[in-house]
Design a protein around this ligand. Sequence first.
Ligand SMILES: [Fe+2]
Length: 143
Amino acid sequence: MQFYYGQQMPLRILDEVEFWKLQEEEHTVVIREALDHLEEEYVDALKKWEQALSETHQKAVSFVESVNRSHYVRKQLHNQVIQLVTYSLDESMKFIELCRQIKTHSSATKDRPIAKTILDHIIRESEYFIGIARTVLYSNNRS
Ligand SMILES: [Fe+2]
């Protein structure tokens, strides 16, 4: 897969951030609704994550608007986009940590293969986004 976006880089990667952060936001709801008897600490953590991921999603949306308004992407905006991608990547890694914690320690996943399947699916999707973000950051460092 080729993720070097060249001139289109800011918009393409912002699209990815926007799409995947919304996915992760929705996944916090999926986990809460699909896992019966999930401990309160995890329910609370997931609600906070829903909020945090929604904020990152909104940031990407407003960046897309700024990019569309300016005829060319200024250096500063480019740097802000790179910062947002770095932040989003780190956020996804921490979100995966929470999902793994729930998978291993929550009694809501005990003897419930479907709960583990759902969490694995969600973890894989966040990992996919991390792969895209890493590639963008790596090619940015080299250019
Ligand atoms: Fe999904």
